[in-house]
Design a protein around this ligand. Structure first.
Ligand code: PBG
Length: 327
């Protein structure tokens, strides 16, 4: 036998020497949840280890993460029903919880990168990412009218200090609409991470628990993608590229590694993968039952995303990875 692949696996040093992909803290974005109140830490039952924080405690938690070496965060709001309406008005209220939190975070941590979320669902009494209108065929999430609200939201976030705007709504044309609006207001340096290929799947349940944002009726299949499709992701990516996106994201990540690979082979922009709430919950649940080694599964899953071509990973595991590196 002239070829013995096992020679390259013979010792830890050799294995590391030939290792093709690795996970670094600078690849990770840690999503966090802010809620109203003071001194509040509210655990999310379906996401063990993840909590919603009132702003004071969020800043403390973030300090801990920064000390652990994390540098990029994504922020989502949990709002009481009383703040929600049909047009997501609260989403662009500069005095509201979310925009005040963005401002406070960037004041306290000017050196971190903060990604904000653009979509109507946290603020919508309908629980949809765009405006819901009654049409001839029943309820419809209307595209172009929604862009106006999304634009106001994005602009308000840029004004509050957002570094990266993350449109997660999947309306057509929103990247270009937001890019032009930001530029016309002088925010040419604010980045956009497009949720390019976001699939209408079953893995967002725990996140919707965290935000109390589940659709009040219907589903998101008229705007999020069909999990059976891959070629369609190229159309979304071409549009986002042409409309000025700085990053292309695939979401969820674990069961969409082929899509991550597809985009990374066809586009030169950095590819991000969103390791979503349901994927996190599955690992945590199995580990809690002693059915698998949670730590090893976590690292294997995240490394697989890197191997598939993701440069960036949004993951609720980020803090745990950072703690592991420190210990
Ligand atoms: C909606 C949004 C969702 C997530 C981020 N933004 C869920 C949805 O489409 O209902 C999911 C994130 C996760 O599950 O971790 N704008």
């Amino acid at each position: 036998m002239l070829r013995r692949p096992r020679r390259n696996r013979k010792s830890p040093v050799i294995r590391e020497l030939v290792q093709e992909n690795s996970l670094s803290l600078s690849d990770l974005i840690y999503p966090m949840f802010v809620m109203e109140g003071e001194g509040v830490r509210s655990e999310i039952t379906s996401m063990p280890g993840v909590a919603r924080f009132s702003l004071d405690l969020l800043l403390e938690e973030m300090q801990e993460c920064v000390d652990l070496g994390l540098r990029t965060f994504a922020l989502f709001p949990n709002l009481p029903e009383s703040k929600k309406d049909k047009y997501a008005t609260e989403s662009h209220n500069p005095e509201g919880l979310y925009l005040q939190a963005v401002k406070a975070i960037k004041t306290r941590f000017p050196d971190i990168a903060l990604m904000t979320d653009v979509a109507m669902d946290p603020y919508s009494s309908d629980g949809h990412d765009g405006i819901v209108e009654e049409g001839p065929n029943g309820f419809e999430v209307v595209n172009d009218q929604s862009l106006v609200v999304l634009g106001k939201m994005a602009l308000a976030q840029a004004r509050a200090g957002a570094d990266i705007i993350g449109p997660s709504d999947m309306m057509d044309g929103r990247i270009g609409y937001i890019r032009e609006l930001l530029d016309s207001e002088g925010f040419t340096n604010v980045s956009i991470m497009a949720y390019t290929a976001k699939y209408a799947g079953a893995f967002y349940g725990p996140f919707r628990d965290a935000l109390d944002s589940a659709p009040r009726f219907g589903d998101k299949k008229t705007y999020q993608m069909n999990p059976a499709n891959s070629r369609e992701a190229l159309i979304e990516a071409e549009l986002d590229y042409a409309e000025g996106a700085d990053f292309l994201m695939v979401k969820p990540a674990m069961v969409y590694l082929d899509i991550i690979k597809l985009l990374s082979e066809n586009f030169d922009l950095p590819i991000a993968a969103y390791n979503v709430s349901g994927e996190y919950a599955m690992v945590k649940a199995a580990a809690a039952n002693g059915w698998l080694d949670g730590e090893r599964a976590m690292l294997e899953i995240l490394t697989a995303m890197k191997r598939a071509g993701a440069k960036i990973i949004l993951t609720y595991f980020a803090k745990e990875v950072a703690q592991l590196r420190k210990s």
